[in-house]
Design a protein around this ligand. Structure first.
Ligand code: CAA
Length: 270
């Protein structure tokens, strides 16, 4: 999602530094941004010159030190508490003391991330939805120590990015994934129990509930490893068996069938 966030920020006029662990990942991200902006050029919503200006606002780097003068950092690393904790500790060291550190986490506690920094009042959740350039929501999560001022700055930034910010308190899965993931998990159970085919399950939810895509397709699109990680956070956070992940989901993740990104999940992708 990092490249989607970088794209909307650059499109809104911000100078962006996009950092990843390898140049290969960064180049892949820049290609995705180029493709998305080209779609806007083709649809005459952006001129070629404007596209070049937007692309020119994004600098890529593998160095965290590049954030030494950042006003705002949005972290979008893998959905793993240990990895995010290390990133937040490092960001706390390298960024100016007044910089806001936001996480695009889909379920990890903002309070925990804030607690590993010396500025928990400036740590906040900024949960974008995929595909970031299209989806209007930013779910804003206030950790226990997040200040009102930080929340206001994030709300203003979200608006400047063309998004609607809706806030909630720090709680496992926040609102979005506490509601979405049990539905996806239940769809996987219906497939696992042979209640219906993947096409029927998705078709029933698409045509019957007017969802833009069925829950199995959406799970593939999100990433089955991400769905499993979020369900585990809900299960452990609430200690309630209703959030237990379907064994079929676990098997798919064990097999490396992670959805669209690996070419196979509940569906096959070429
Ligand atoms: N990047 C950028 N733009 C994209 C895109 C992408 N990956 N995919 C589609 N679009 C754009 C298209 O260019 C098109 O734009 P215009 O209408 O301006 O021309 C528009 O989106 C619609 O695209 P399509 O007509 O090709 O296809 P569609 O009508 O099926 O829409 C969709 C595609 C917007 C992805 C739609 O299927 C949808 O809304 N799906 C559900 C998305 C969703 O639920 N996201 C949340 C996932 S959960 C999450 O992200 C967070 C988490 O914590 C797990």
């Amino acid at each position: 999602m990092g490249n989607g966030i970088a794209q909307v920020a650059a499109r809104a006029g911000y100078d962006v530094v996009m950092r990843d662990v390898s140049v290969e990942f960064l180049e892949r991200g820049m290609k995705a941004i180029d493709r998305n902006l080209q779609r806007d050029v083709d649809k005459e919503r952006l001129s070629s010159d404007e596209k070049q200006v937007v692309m020119g606002r994004i600098k890529i780097t593998t160095e965290l030190a590049a954030f030494s003068d950042a006003a705002f950092v949005i972290e979008a690393v893998t959905e793993n508490l240990e990895v995010k904790t290390e990133v937040f500790k490092a960001l706390d060291r390298v960024t100016p003391a007044n910089a806001i550190l936001a996480s695009n986490t889909s379920s990890i506690s903002i309070t925990k991330l804030g607690a590993v920094t010396k500025r928990p009042d400036k740590v906040i959740g900024m949960h974008f939805m995929n595909p970031v350039p299209v989806m209007k929501l930013v779910e804003v999560i206030r950790g226990l120590a997040t200040s009102d001022e930080t929340y206001e700055r994030v709300r203003e930034l979200s608006e400047k990015l063309g998004k609607t910010a809706l806030d909630c308190h720090d709680s496992p899965g926040f609102v979005s994934n506490r509601v979405l993931m049990p539905m996806i998990n239940e769809a996987i159970f219906t497939l696992h129990e042979g209640v219906a085919t993947r096409e029927s399950i998705d078709g029933i939810m698409k045509l019957g509930m007017n969802h833009p895509m069925g829950p199995l397709t959406l799970a593939d699109f999100i990433g089955l490893d991400v769905c499993l990680a979020i369900l585990n956070v809900l299960y452990e956070g609430f200690g309630d068996p209703k959030y237990r992940a379907c064994p079929l989901l676990r098997q798919y993740v064990d097999a490396g069938w992670l959805g669209k990104k690996t070419g196979r999940g509940f569906y096959e992708y070429s």
